[in-house]
Design a protein around this ligand. Structure first.
Ligand SMILES: Nc1ncnc2c1ncn2[C@@H]1O[C@H](COP(=O)(O)OP(=O)(O)OP(=O)(O)O)[C@@H](O)[C@H]1O
Length: 293
């Protein structure tokens, strides 16, 4: 199977920035923000990258697109090392950073013209149609757009050259529900290519993600907690609630919740008959809570 993205044992540490001027002279100790991350994104897959604030989602995405070199390990996008992306691979890649990266004095139309010069596969008609569908005022300067409209413009610029691989860091956080739905539909719309589009998308809007992903990767404190096909997790993970703690093969996570014990088990490693009570299937929101509470 061809992979759009491979990540192997990637680790990164950062030095926290001083928060106040009087801290500036302090020596800050490096903290580890990504620890031994490995996973693969199959071609055509849509993977949700999920984790609490500070879990390392943006740091990981910045490493993947070559903006932050990792301390160790490596990653490849479309078969090309992240730190040495060729122009031809860049043309097949779309990246949206968490904070819109726009030129204040330029309008949406100006941004589109710039992108058109940079990307041979840029489809202006598609971009204009998408602008209408997202209800985006393209004639307004970026600095006068609302945060949600700035985010829409960043997304539109990333989609307009019909990339084969999209890396999207919380692209819908400020979008209204209607724009969010339209945008999520666009993710799969890749008319210019025969190959299905591959997407890595981080978001805290788990109910939205759940509807569109084929895969999910849960990050916690810089580590991969769980990565798998979402359908497989829906089918095989069960939440078992008991008064007492109990032990079995295939425990994904366990926690005390008031007077009860919550255990998430994977039925691929623990047969139904080994469960003390019948377990409940989990939504992505439920699973997030069990993994992080
Ligand atoms: N430029 C930086 N310099 C130093 N530390 C950083 C830098 N960027 C991120 N960090 C640290 O790396 C860790 C992971 O941050 P990151 O932004 O990747 O998390 P995140 O999962 O994207 O969070 P959120 O959901 O809030 O966007 C945090 O502890 C953060 O303080």
């Amino acid at each position: 199977m061809q992979h759009a993205l491979t990540v192997q044992q990637l680790s990164l540490s950062r030095t926290p920035q001083a928060q106040h001027w009087h801290d500036a002279t302090l020596t800050w100790k490096k903290v580890s923000v990504l620890k031994d991350i490995s996973f693969e994104l199959p071609q055509g897959a849509v993977m949700g990258l999920v984790g609490r604030n500070g879990a390392g989602k943006s740091s990981l995405m910045r490493c993947l697109v070559g903006l932050t070199p990792p301390d160790s390990g490596h990653s490849q996008l479309l078969g090309c090392d992240s730190l040495q992306l060729s122009d031809s691979v860049r043309e097949r890649l779309g990246y949206v950073a968490q904070t819109p990266d726009l030129l204040d004095g330029l309008s949406g139309h100006d941004h589109l013209s710039l992108m058109q010069q940079a990307y041979p596969g840029f489809d202006l008609n598609y971009a204009l149609r998408l602008g209408v569908r997202l209800d985006l005022p393209l004639d307004r300067q970026a600095q006068h757009l609302s945060l949600g409209d700035q985010q829409k413009l960043s997304v539109l610029l990333a989609l307009a050259h019909q990339p084969e691989l999209l890396i999207l860091d919380e692209p819908v956080a400020s979008l209204d529900p209607l724009s969010r739905r339209n945008f999520m539909r666009e993710l799969f719309n890749h008319p210019a290519q025969d190959l299905p589009r591959s997407v890595l998308i981080s978001s805290h809007l788990l109910a939205d993600l759940e509807r569109v992903v084929t895969h999910v990767c849960f990050l916690r404190e810089g580590r991969v907690q769980l990565v798998d096909e979402w359908d497989a997790l829906l089918e095989h993970l069960r939440l078992v609630v008991t008064p007492e703690a109990w032990a079995t093969e295939g425990v994904v996570c366990q926690r005390r919740c008031g007077t009860l014990q919550h255990t998430v088990v994977d039925l691929r490693q623990c047969p139904h008959t080994a469960l003390p009570t019948s377990g409940q299937p989990l939504t992505m929101d439920d699973l997030f809570e069990e993994l992080n509470a």
